[in-house]
Design a protein around this ligand. Structure first.
Ligand SMILES: CC(C)(COP(=O)(O)OP(=O)(O)OC[C@H]1O[C@@H](n2cnc3c(N)ncnc32)[C@H](O)[C@@H]1OP(=O)(O)O)[C@@H](O)C(=O)NCCC(=O)NCCS
Length: 211
């Protein structure tokens, strides 16, 4: 039996291994995991920068990729404890933004300040158990190439935001966003859609622009 199987087969060894990775009641791995283990398993492209003042809540047993020329700004938090976080090339993760995997960001994306993009929900079905003790519901959240997410937005699990879409500042996105569109509000609704015929961003609900 290999070491991994031995640890998994014993409850006390599993608890010890968990404690060695992460302090009790915390969500951030110990420094040695971040400094000595992660760099050997996580991929970082050329000129990719993860600000020293951003939080790397990253575990080696799930993928984390930061593509070439991408930048994670100060006070951002990236967490891959329950799902992968894949960030493409030339993508900006703005100041104070929190990303909880599973999340996939494409190339050339702008995420402004203080957004939350998450692939994690808590189950609340059992009314006799605290929500914190119920299982995670995990759905991958995807943002496609060239999208722009305005400041203070929340993108909930399972949503896909299409290519070159714009999410207006302060929006809560609960449904898929079509490519080349603008959505805004809480819950976010379609505001504009690019019209390839007229080559204009057509106002939704305006009959003249709908033609
Ligand atoms: C979405 C946004 C790009 C639209 O800008 P715009 O193209 O100049 O469009 P307008 O200001 O004409 O707004 C278009 C419509 O969207 C609505 N709208 C604009 N911003 C909105 C918002 N944050 N939430 C909800 N609706 C919004 C407007 O009221 C307008 O509605 P109408 O068509 O009924 O009049 C802009 O409002 C925005 O939110 N930018 C994000 C800024 C930001 O976060 N910067 C951080 C640094 S990257």
């Amino acid at each position: 039996m290999g070491l991994k199987e031995r640890v998994k087969s014993s409850e006390s060894l599993t608890r010890l291994a968990h404690w060695m990775l992460i302090p009790r009641n915390r969500y951030r791995p110990r420094w040695w995991v971040r400094a000595l283990w992660n760099p050997f398993v996580h991929k970082r492209g050329k000129n990719a920068v993860f600000s020293r003042r951003a939080r790397k809540d990253l575990f080696p047993f799930r993928p984390f990729v930061l593509g070439a020329n991408s930048f994670v700004e100060d006070f951002a938090v990236i967490n891959n404890a329950i799902g992968h976080v894949i960030i493409g090339e030339r993508t900006l993760v703005g100041i104070g933004t929190v990303i909880i995997g599973p999340v996939v960001l494409g190339d050339d994306i702008l995420i402004a300040q203080n957004c939350v993009i998450t692939g994690q929900n808590h189950s609340y079905a059992n009314v006799n158990l605290p929500i914190a003790e119920q299982k995670d519901i995990v759905k991958e959240t995807i943002i496609e190439d060239q999208a722009w997410i305005g400041a203070n937005c929340v993108i909930v699990p399972g949503v896909t935001i299409g290519k070159h879409a714009v999410v207006a500042a302060g929006s809560v996105v609960t449904k898929n966003v079509p490519a080349f569109s603008i959505v805004g509000g809480n819950p976010a609704k379609l505001i504009r859609q690019y019209n390839w015929g007229t080559k204009e961003w057509a106002r939704i609900g305006n009959e003249k622009n709908k033609k």
